[in-house]
Design a protein around this ligand. Structure first.
Ligand code: SAH
Length: 261
């Protein structure tokens, strides 16, 4: 009598943050995980240069939202990851920046855990850190702010952030996905009492050779950005620390005035 035993080895998923763009901002761990992957699901924000670290036979699946295509539904991405991992493959799910910062990484880890798939999260440099730095903006310089706050200008239910609380916080504001609602952000912050002269930077494609930026002030930034024609992906940085920006200055931002101790 012979007994047949089906041995199914389940694969694993690496949820990898690829950083803001410049491929040299990848972590060593991300490079190692990419090199182990049999299949890669890659978001459109991710610089394709990361593909150089894949094995030659790795399968690449684009799950991007740009290029004229509609957004790949999140449910499809999650199903695909499960299917590939259950087939025994090592899967790299590659996202821009850090997977847990406005990246839906939490949702994907939940889905994988529910399905009993092992997942390893590999941090990346979030755009909120890497992109201001590309302009020379020190987001938490202690002479100018009490910290930094990351917010999204584009929330799920269309609700606005609490601009009063943010304006009062004394922190640098780093706003992801804020470009389409820039006028709303500006009016929210002005209504909350923020100075019209508050320096604001808007940076498109930060850390990449295609990086473009506008450095302006709160009451002029929307017009300056419209004139320069900046497009997504773009990050909005609001705060005195923006005076350190080294790129184009369209509205005559002056030397930083240090706050009194
Ligand atoms: N998980 C990512 C953020 C995803 S949300 C992270 O940690 O960075 C996508 C938003 O991030 C974009 O709309 C934009 O606001 C910002 N972003 C990502 N990469 C960027 C880049 N290179 N330059 C400017 N903004 C960027």
């Amino acid at each position: 009598m012979s007994i047949e035993v089906d041995i199914v080895t389940t694969g694993k998923v690496y949820l990898i943050g690829a950083g803001p763009g410049d491929v040299e901002l990848l972590t060593l761990k991300a490079v190692r995980a990419l090199g182990e992957a049999d299949a890669v699901l890659i978001d459109d924000l991710v610089n394709r240069d990361v593909l150089q670290f894949l094995k030659a036979q790795a399968r690449v699946i684009e799950v991007g939202k740009r290029g004229g295509c509609r957004s790949t539904p999140q449910a499809f991405i999650e199903r695909k990851m499960l299917q590939l991992a259950r087939a025994g493959l090592t899967v790299a799910r590659v996202k821009g920046g850090d997977p847990y910062v406005f990246g839906r990484g939490g949702e994907e880890v939940e889905a994988l855990c529910r399905a009993g798939i092992a997942v390893d999260v590999v941090n990346g440099i979030s755009a909120g850190i890497g992109v201001p730095a590309a302009l020379g903006i020190p987001v938490t310089h202690r002479d100018f702010c009490r910290g930094v706050t990351f917010v999204t200008g584009h929330s799920r239910a269309g609700a606005q952030p609490d601009w009063h609380a943010l304006a009062r916080s004394g922190t640098t504001l780093v706003i992801y996905m804020g470009l389409t609602n820039l006028a709303g952000i500006v009016s929210g912050l002005l209504a909350a009492g923020m100075a019209a002269s508050m320096p604001v930077a808007v940076v498109q494609n930060g850390t990449l050779p295609t990086q473009r930026s506008v450095v302006s002030r709160l009451d002029q930034v929307a017009a300056d950005v419209a004139r320069e024609g900046l497009a997504s992906p773009a990050l909005v940085v609001v705060g005195e620390v923006v005076r350190f920006a080294t790129m184009q200055t369209s509205s005559g931002i002056e030397e930083p005035a240090r706050k009194q101790a």
